[in-house]
Design a protein around this ligand. Structure first.
Ligand code: GDP
Ligand code: MG
Length: 163
């Protein structure tokens, strides 16, 4: 079985953009029927020849803000539990917000290895957010742009020893 890599983080940080970059059109499991939970999407990913199953955690866009943290926790936990590695994505442009810090605390309690990713870091606009991400206590953030493809070699170098 291929290693499983879960992409987690609060809404809008670029998880699905990263998933799509890694998986391309090789999505194994998508269900667009209304009412069917799409909390998890899996696909066969490839990064510079490194092959793994990527898990996108998704689908909170329509949710009520009051119930979001609880549902996110359950989903994040479920994805992290089945994963060999978790990619924890934060938005380098927005910096660290309280929900990121909370997810960071859950992850520090988990035994699954975590790679911290500061996304939207193209150009210089993400610099302060990248520094900010150190405060999560999960080591050095890997600066990437999921949209533009920057930082993929750095991500590969972090992932390689873990899967
Ligand atoms: P998710 O909710 O975490 O899955 O986030 P999405 O992948 O849906 O992306 C949320 C928004 O961020 C979209 O408008 C994306 O186009 C944008 N986005 C994603 N990656 C990047 C990036 O690397 N740079 C910039 N500037 N925007 C990005
Ligand atoms: Mg998404």
């Amino acid at each position: 079985m291929k290693p499983r890599v879960a992409i987690i983080g609060r809404p809008n940080v670029g998880k699905s953009t990263l998933f799509n970059r890694l998986v391309g059109k090789r999505v194994a499991l998508v269900d667009d029927r209304p009412g069917v939970t799409r909390d998890r999407r899996e696909g066969e990913a490839e990064l510079i020849g490194l092959k793994f199953t990527a898990i996108d955690t998704a689908g909170f866009e329509d949710d009520d803000a009051a119930t979001l943290p609880g549902r996110m926790r359950a989903q994040t936990q479920a994805a992290v539990d089945v994963a060999d590695v978790a990619l924890f994505v934060v938005d380098a442009r927005a910096g660290v917000v309280p929900l990121d810090a909370e997810i960071g605390r859950w992850l520090r309690e988990s035994t699954t290895p975590v790679i911290l990713i500061a996304n939207k870091a193209e150009g210089r606009s993400g610099e302060s957010g990248i520094l900010d991400a150190w405060s999560l206590g999960l080591g050095e953030p890997v600066a990437i742009s999921a949209e533009h493809g920057d930082g993929m070699v750095d991500l590969f170098n972090e992932l390689l020893p873990l899967i």
